[in-house]
Structure formats: structure tokens, C-alpha cells
Design a protein around this ligand. Structure first.
Ligand code: IDP
Ligand code: MG
Length: 153
């Protein structure tokens, strides 16, 4: 089926890690039926984070954003599935947790935009860029999911 191999880059930010939300966040992607392709627990360098948020470099909050993301370890992941970029963003909620609906990750677990616990790619193009930035090709794992035929018709 076309599109089921779409991939997105998801990262649990330092506040999500420190607040003990790794399991709860991963659970949502897992129970939805999306397939984990890669995962690493890493204290990202300032250099990597500056590249990751390059498009926001002129925004007033950019220095604080890089500092926040560099303040502790993050869980960097690649997930795969039908329309995952768009659906992933719905699962995250709005950028500002105050605008995020209950039931979304940001709606359920956080309060302020500068501490919004999770990142998710906003387009297929940026997903591919971010996956290449955070992972080497050999870190993307190939395997057959036994649930595939029970998720897709
Ligand atoms: P997104 O994470 O929902 O894609 P972006 O606009 O790409 O939102 O912004 C990246 C990150 O920068 C946000 O997740 C948030 O951590 C931070 N951020 C965005 N806007 C603000 C702001 O107005 N004040 C403080 N931090 C912000
Ligand atoms: Mg963004």
C-alpha cells in the first residue's frame, strides 16, 4: 500500500525525559500501531541542535530553545506508518500546550510552549532531513512487523 513506509522524526525533549514521561510517550506511538525504526538516548550537541532548528535561527526564542534542548538527554526516534507525519503532529498537539486538546501528548502532559516535552517533524521533507541529521543509515533497522496485516487492509 502506498504511503505506509512514510517516516517521521520524533524526539522526547529533556523535560520529557526528566519528568519520567519516556514510557508514556513511546506507548502512544506503539499502541497506535506505528512501527519503531530507530531509537537513541543522547545528550545532543549544541551544533546538532542548531542544525536541527536552523529554520528558527532568527526567532527571539532561538537561543533559549537551543539551551533548553541541550540541557539534558533526549530520546531521538524514527517511527513509520501511513500518514505518520500528519498523524504524528495530531498526536503531539499544538506547539503551545495551552492550545493543545486533552488527549494529545502536549495537551495531557505539559503547560508552556518553552517546555513542550516533544518534537515531531512537520512535513515529509523535514522528516527526511531530520532523520538524516540524527541517524546514520545503518541505524535505521529493517524487520518484519507481525502486526502489519492486522493494521492495514
Ligand atoms: P513545533 O515543535 O510544534 O514544530 P516550532 O514552531 O517548530 O514548533 O518551534 C520549535 C520549538 O521551539 C517548539 O516546540 C518550542 O519548544 C519552541 N518554541 C516555539 N515557539 C516558542 C515561543 O514562542 N516561545 C518559546 N519557545 C517556543
Ligand atoms: Mg517544528
Amino acid at each position: 500500500m502506498a504511503g505506509i513506509q512514510e517516516r517521521t522524526f520524533i524526539a522526547i525533549k529533556p523535560d520529557g525525559v526528566q519528568r519520567g514521561l519516556i514510557g508514556d510517550i513511546i506507548k502512544r506511538f506503539e499502541q497506535k500501531g506505528f512501527r519503531l525504526v530507530a531509537m537513541k538516548f543522547v545528550h545532543a550537541s549544541e551544533d546538532l541542535l542548531k542544525q536541527h532548528y536552523y529554520e528558527l535561527k532568527d526567532r527571539p526564542f532561538y537561543p533559549d530553545l537551543v539551551k533548553y534542548m541541550n540541557s539534558g538527554p533526549v530520546v531521538a526516534m524514527v517511527w513509520e506508518g501511513l500518514n505518520i507525519v500528519k498523524t504524528g503532529r495530531v498526536m503531539l498537539g499544538e506547539t503551545n500546550p495551552a492550545d493543545s486538546k486533552p488527549g494529545s501528548i502536549r495537551g495531557d502532559f505539559c503547560i508552556q510552549v518553552g517546555r513542550n516535552i516533544i518534537h515531531g517533524s512537520d512535513s515529509v521533507e523535514s522528516a527526511n532531513k531530520e532523520i538524516n541529521l540524527w541517524f546514520k543509515p545503518e541505524e535505521l533497522v529493517t524487520y518484519k512487523s507481525c502486526a502489519h496485516d492486522w493494521l492495514y487492509e
